[in-house]
Design a protein around this ligand. Structure first.
Ligand SMILES: [Zn+2]
Length: 265
């Protein structure tokens, strides 16, 4: 059977499983190989730790004040997809036109999903390259506090990202730690006092410590919880905010790549 083999099978590996999948744009075969002589990565000692807060208007904010925006091509592709789905709903179900449009929609959905996955891998490699311990929120609990729509959007993307981040980290001997989220956005990351705020309030304003970005506050709080959980000191693990005045300037990090091009409508 003719196949497109995009990577040769390496010598000395034993094929273990073979999965055949049918996707909108064709058939795929996935082969799992095993070689017992490949060593497991050695755990890396924690020198740099980071807390990561996830959001709906930003993809994520780190405890070092770095912001990864949601890429624009992603929203564009979604708009385009919605338009094609509307067209599909106007066609007679089961007709030739309907079938053609259904394939088009399925291919677009695949494209959007692949774009998202490629973006997740990029962000994961960028983070794992810089840090040895990555503290994130365990989202299952947090989702309850949010609206239903927000939850579904966030859950789908964040769940996949966490899996990818963990896989990328394990390969390099690094650690991903999940902490309980309740209160991360409400507590002041410096004095631990509760500073209530609604979802629309973008600034954390503590009467004792001052004001700074709400997601930065949450990210630092997440980092503190993670370090506490593993028994590491708060300072010395990349926690420059602890000894110096809190950075209030956020730095936008745009992870550009030629592989991630906008969808042509
Ligand atoms: Zn405070």
């Amino acid at each position: 059977m003719p196949v497109v083999l995009h990577r040769p099978l390496p010598e000395g590996f034993v094929p273990k499983t073979c999965t055949v999948v049918r996707k909108a744009d064709g058939w795929y075969v996935c082969i799992t190989l095993e070689d017992k002589s490949v060593p497991l990565p050695e755990p890396v000692p924690v020198k740099r730790a980071v807390g990561i807060d996830v959001g709906l208007d930003r993809f994520l904010t780190t405890s070092d004040g770095e912001v990864v925006p949601i890429p624009r091509y992603y929203r564009q592709a979604q708009k385009h997809l919605a338009r094609q789905q509307r067209q599909l709903s106007r066609k007679v179900k089961g007709s030739a036109n309907w079938k053609r449009q259904a394939t088009k929609v399925a291919c677009l959905q695949l494209h959007v999903a692949r774009q998202r996955k490629a973006f997740h891998y990029q962000v994961a490699h960028w983070l794992v390259g810089q840090y040895d311990l990555l503290v994130v929120e365990d989202l299952n609990v947090r989702g309850l506090a949010r609206t239903r729509l927000a939850k579904s959007i966030l859950d789908a993307a964040w769940g996949q990202f966490l899996d990818i981040l963990t896989a990328v980290a394990v390969k390099r001997g690094k650690q991903v730690l999940r902490v309980d989220p309740p209160g991360t956005s409400q507590n002041c990351c410096v004095c631990e006092e509760r500073v209530p705020k609604t979802l629309s309030e973008r600034v954390h304003d503590c009467p004792r410590c001052g004001s700074w970005d709400r997601d930065l506050n949450a990210a630092i709080e997440i980092l503190k919880r993670g370090l506490r959980a593993v028994g590491l000191p708060l300072s010395g693990c990349g926690g420059s905010w602890f000894t110096s005045p809190l950075k209030q300037q956020l730095r936008e990090v745009i992870l550009g790549s030629s592989r991630l091009q906008p969808v042509r409508a």
